[in-house]
Design a binder for this molecule. Structure first.
Ligand code: C2O
Ligand code: CU
Ligand code: CU
Length: 489
């Protein structure tokens, strides 16, 4: 019996006592608005992003040591428009080598910000990032090989919203901080003094690091926000290192309008949505229908992680509580059509590739956890197709413009799989069709049992000096070697 099965059988039926999770508190604090840099009106100067050390109080009353990008914790929300080129200067002031990867952008490998575009301490990386794709919610985060998990957890992450002509003129709420909110969801661990902690062990490597406290935009949940009467838009990122989250609304269904790579064909109203680490969804909440409504988050998702095993069943926490004011807000009705989304055509694929994600390659995870520094950089404790990630080995060579089917399977556990440089369509997820809210453009798919298959095409170049990555987005697994590299040419 492996550890997971053991915990599942012994943990079933146990109840969580007390007031819930970690540092979750009965008092509600206001939703922090992440500072917005809106460039949709035009870009005159280079955009500076400074990776730095910060001190941030998540709401425990004690400041934690953090990383931030132009902020004490996390980065800004950058808002750009299709057709622009984003000239950005990323200055590394964290005292350690880092990178910034544009997760979700369709861009060439040499500006992708993966592990090959290292930024030395005190150096500046100055890519010109072409914004070619349609309106979508993307993000950026550290991709420093072997240190991605720790650097991202500490705060090296931000949101990049792409707009296009259609999205800017669409009949949708779009006033930032009024009826349009960006939510960065994370789970954190705090010590008895209220300082954010991050500890590794063999078990943490296995499941990925999972905290017991939900944090939204850097504030411990629940958070509250007043909104005008009308529709309200929530653009949501699961920026957890490892935790799957299940989201629902207190009143009524949750109505999804967009996934990772753009709008759905039409809104999908459903009871709940499952978000893996790295995934994004946009949601509309009808605040004409309700005076208050709450976004609830189940911290166990379907993750099969330690928490679920130990405590059994769900642990749902109120995340964001919306309260309607008398102000008139976005007046439009719930849209009935959003975008034209052709069904995927798998028959167009000329190449099929298979990827088996492997947890157990016989490495001593406890020893790796103790080593701490660059903990899994070259250790190769996890693998894909038998090969732990190696910076100097190219695993796949893809031809630009070809439609391909990628089939992903695992040897154990549930893993979120991500591919750089593209958006894809899910053909199957865990051996079944994807839920309707995940049927549009995606760059994340998950798999536990059976196969997950995606239809993908790469339109930009990635050379062997600047290859793209594919990997598990449980960041500890990625750091441990559950990642591979490919070129496009
Ligand atoms: Cu969000 Cu390769 O990463
Ligand atoms: Cu990515
Ligand atoms: Cu994984």
């Amino acid at each position: 019996m492996d550890r997971r099965t053991f915990l599942k059988s012994t943990g079933a039926g146990m109840l969580l006592t007390g007031g819930g999770l970690g540092w979750a508190q009965p008092a509600m604090r206001p939703l922090p608005l992440i500072p917005l840099t809106d460039l949709t009106g035009g870009i005159e100067d280079r955009v500076s992003l400074s990776l730095g050390l910060g001190r941030h109080d998540f709401g425990t009353g004690t400041a934690s040591d953090t990383f931030g990008i132009n902020n004490a914790y996390l980065g800004p929300v950058l808002r750009v428009k299709q057709g622009q080129t984003l000239p950005v200067d990323v200055a590394n002031n964290i005292g350690d080598t880092s990178t910034i990867h544009w997760h979700g952008l369709h861009i060439p490998g040499d500006v992708d910000g993966g592990p090959h575009q290292e930024i030395a301490p005190d150096a500046v990386w100055s890519p010109n990032v072409p914004i070619v794709q349609q309106a979508s919610m993307n993000w950026f985060h550290s991709h420093m090989h072997g240190k991605t998990a720790r650097q991202t957890y500490n705060g090296l992450a931000g949101v990049l919203l792409v707009e296009d002509d259609a999205s800017l003129s669409a009949d949708l709420p779009k006033t930032y901080g009024v009826d349009d909110f960006t939510l960065v969801l994370q789970d954190k661990m705090f010590d008895a003094n209220g300082r954010m902690t991050y500890e590794l062990s063999a078990a943490v490597f296995e499941d990925g690091f999972e905290g017991d406290t939900l944090v939204i935009n850097g504030a411990i949940a629940p958070v509250g926000q007043n909104v005008p009467t009308g529709l309200v838009r929530l653009r949501i990122l699961n920026a957890c290192n490892a935790r799957f989250l299940r989201l629902s609304m207190e009143a009524g269904p949750i109505t999804v309008i967009a996934s990772d790579g753009g709008f759905l064909a039409a809104p999908v109203a459903t009871e709940s949505i499952l978000m893996s680490p790295g995934e994004r969804y946009e949601v509309l909440v009808d605040m004409k229908a309700f005076e208050t409504n709450t976004l609830n988050v189940n911290l166990n998702g379907d993750g099969g992680g330690f928490f679920e095993n130990l405590f059994g069943g769900g642990q749902t926490v109120p995340a964001l509580s919306l309260t309607r004011t008398a102000d008139k807000g976005f007046d439009g009705a719930m849209p009935t059509q959003l975008a034209i989304l052709e069904p995927p055509k798998p028959e167009d694929a000329t190449v099929t590739r298979s990827f088996q994600l492997e947890m157990d390659v016989g490495a001593d995870l406890a020893a790796l956890a103790l080593a701490w520094d660059n903990f899994c950089g070259d250790a190769g404790a996890m693998a894909i197709n038998g090969q732990p990630m190696k910076m100097d080995r190219i695993d796949e060579e893809v031809r630009k413009g070809d439609a391909e089917i990628w089939r992903i399977s695992v040897d154990d556990q549930l893993h979120p799989f991500h591919i750089h440089g593209c958006s894809f369509r899910i053909l199957s997820q865990n051996g079944a069709p994807a839920p309707a809210y995940a049927a549009g453009w995606k760059d994340m798919v998950h798999v536990e049992e059976g196969l997950s298959e995606v239809l993908v095409r790469f339109d930009y170049e990635a050379t062997k000096d600047a290859p793209y990555m594919y990997h598990c987005h449980i960041l500890e697994h990625e750091d441990c070697g559950m990642m591979g590299q490919f070129t496009v040419g």
